[in-house]
Design a protein around this ligand. Structure first.
Ligand code: SF4
Ligand code: SF4
Length: 438
C-alpha cells in the first residue's frame, strides 16, 4: 500500500457524498480521469458548492495528490454552471498544467449521479451494473477530496459538513462533529418554524426520513425539516405492499418513468414501466432483474409518474429480495449508446423543486464558521460500506478529539477506522460508541 492510501485508510476517509465506500479502496487504482463531483444535484443542499468556493486552493492541492497517485492524465472538477462563486474561486487558483480542468454542468437532476457525471464530462458510458473504473474514471466527492488532504496532513475524519434547511428559522451549513444529534442541528438553525414536522436526512430525492434523536454520520449531507404532512415525507413512509397494490391498480403503462430514467437515457436496459407491469401482473419474468440497474435516484417516482407510483421503491425491494435469493445481476452490456431523446429529457432542477413542493424552502444556507460543541456524541461503528469498525476503547476511558476508537476488524476487510469527534469520556460501547464531553 502506498503512503497516500495508508494515510487515507488511517484517517478513516469514506465517500462523503454517497454510501460511504472506503476511499483507500476506491483510490487503489490506475485511471485516466479523476473527476471531482461538485454537482450537488439534490435540491436544497448547499454544502459542496460553498466548499468549492471556500476551499478552492485546498481542492486543487488534493486533486493533484490523487491525480499523481492514480497516474491519471486528467483531473477535472465538475460543478454546475450556476455556482458562479465556486467557479470564480476555482479559476483564480487553477493549476496551469493542462492536466487540470473545470467542467461546467447544466442545472439538471441527477447531474451528480456517477454514471451521468462520467458521461457528461468524458462522453463515456459506464457499462450496465458497472462502476466508473470500468471506463478509466474515478469519481470523488468534494468533501471526500478535502478529507484526503486532511489525511495526508495527519488529520482524521471527525467532522461533517451538513446543510440544515427547510422549515427552520436560519437555514445554514456548518461543519459539525460526527455523532451530533439531529435535534442539536435544529437548535443551531434556530429551531423549527412549525410544530408538527418530519425530518429528511440527505436530499429530498434520495434521503430518508429520520428522527430528531438520530445522529450525523460520515455520509450525512443534509437535514431537511418539512411539515409532517408534506407529500415528500408521506412518500418516504409508504409501505412496499401498498405500492405493489397501487402498481397493480393504477399503472397505466404510459412509460414516462422509463422515458425520464437517467440510466435508460444512457442506454442501459432499464425500463421501469416493464418492471411495474411484471409486478402488477405478479409474474416472475426476467424483466424484474432490470431492477439491478436502478440507481434509486427517484426521478421516476418523485418527478415522472403521473399516478404517484414508485418504481424506485419497488426496484429497491426487488434488489434486496433477489440478493437474498442468491440471484445476481445478469445485465452487463458495455457497448452502449445514449437515447436520442436524452438531451431534452434531462430534468431541470427548478421544475423538480416546483414538482416536489419545495419552492418556499429553496433558499441560501450560508456556510458558517462556527464551533459546534455537543455535550455528547454517538458514533455508530457502521457508518460506511463493509464491516463495522471494531472498538478499541472501553467505557470509562478518556479520549481526545481525533483519537482512534474503532479499527477495521481484519486488515484486508472492507471497512473504515473511526475516531473520536470530541474530547471526553467513553460512556458506552455497543453498536455505537457514546462519548460525553469533559
Ligand atoms: S429510481 Fe427510477 S429513474 Fe432512477 S434509475 Fe431507478 S428506475 Fe430509473
Ligand atoms: S410513469 Fe407511473 S403510470 Fe406511467 S408506466 Fe411508469 S409507473 Fe406506470
Amino acid at each position: 500500500m502506498t503512503d497516500l492510501l495508508a494515510q487515507v485508510k488511517e484517517a478513516g476517509v469514506v465517500g462523503a457524498g454517497g454510501a460511504g465506500f472506503p476511499t483507500h479502496i476506491k483510490l487503489n487504482a490506475r485511471v485516466e480521469y479523476v473527476l471531482v463531483n461538485g454537482a450537488e444535484c439534490e435540491p436544497l443542499l448547499r454544502a459542496n458548492q460553498q466548499m468549492l468556493a471556500k476551499y478552492a486552493q485546498e481542492l486543487w492541492q488534493a486533486l493533484r495528490l490523487v491525480v499523481e497517485h492514480t497516474g491519471a492524465r486528467k483531473g477535472i472538477i465538475a460543478l454546475k454552471i450556476k455556482y458562479e462563486q465556486a467557479r470564480a474561486a476555482l479559476e483564480s487558483c487553477q493549476p496551469r498544467e493542462g492536466v487540470y480542468g473545470i467542467h461546467l454542468l447544466d442545472d439538471f437532476y441527477p447531474a451528480g449521479d456517477e454514471h451521468v457525471l462520467v458521461h457528461e464530462v468524458t462522453g463515456r458510458i459506464v457499462p450496465e451494473g458497472g462502476i466508473p473504473l470500468k471506463v478509466g474514471c474515478v469519481v470523488i466527492n468534494v468533501e471526500t477530496l478535502l478529507n484526503v488532504l486532511g489525511a495526508v496532513r495527519g488529520v482524521p475524519v471527525t467532522h461533517k459538513f451538513v446543510t440544515v434547511t427547510g422549515a427552520v428559522r436560519k437555514p445554514l451549513t456548518a461543519s459539525v462533529p460526527l455523532g451530533t444529534r439531529i435535534s442539536a442541528l435544529l437548535e443551531l438553525a434556530g429551531g423549527s418554524l412549525i410544530e408538527k414536522y418530519g425530518i429528511i436526512e440527505g436530499g429530498p430525492m434520495m434521503g430518508k426520513a429520520v428522527a430528531a434523536g438520530d445522529v450525523v454520520t460520515k455520509t450525512t449531507g443534509g437535514v431537511i425539516v418539512l411539515p409532517v404532512h408534506h407529500p415528500l415525507l408521506q412518500h418516504k413512509n409508504e409501505s412496499v405492499r401498498l405500492n405493489i397494490l397501487r402498481a397493480r391498480a393504477a399503472c397505466c403503462q404510459c412509460r414516462i418513468c422509463t422515458d425520464l430514467c437517467p440510466r435508460y437515457l444512457l442506454g442501459h436496459g432499464l425500463e421501469p414501466h416493464k418492471i411495474m407491469r411484471a409486478l402488477g401482473a405478479g409474474s416472475l419474468t426476467k424483466e424484474l432483474t432490470q431492477a439491478f440497474l436502478c440507481s434509486e435516484c427517484g426521478a421516476c417516482d418523485k418527478f415522472a409518474c403521473p399516478m404517484g407510483l414508485s418504481p424506485r421503491q419497488l426496484n429497491s425491494m426487488l434488489k434486496q429480495e433477489m440478493g437474498k435469493a442468491g440471484i445476481r445481476n445478469p445485465h452487463g452490456r458495455n457497448e452502449l449508446k445514449p437515447e436520442a431523446s436524452r438531451g431534452w429529457h434531462k430534468i431541470p432542477s427548478n421544475r423538480l423543486i416546483a414538482r416536489l413542493g419545495l419552492e418556499a424552502y429553496n433558499v441560501p444556507a450560508p456556510l458558517l464558521e462556527i464551533e459546534v460543541n455537543p455535550q455528547e456524541v454517538i458514533l455508530p461503528l457502521q457508518q460506511h460500506l463493509g464491516q463495522p469498525a471494531r472498538p478499541v476503547v472501553q467505557a470509562g476511558e478518556k479520549v481526545d478529539r481525533g483519537q482512534l476508537i474503532g479499527t477495521i476488524p481484519d486488515h484486508n476487510a472492507v471497512g473504515a477506522n473511526l475516531h473520536a469527534s470530541i474530547r471526553g469520556i467513553v460512556e458506552s460501547v455497543t453498536s455505537s460508541i457514546t462519548i460525553k464531553r469533559l
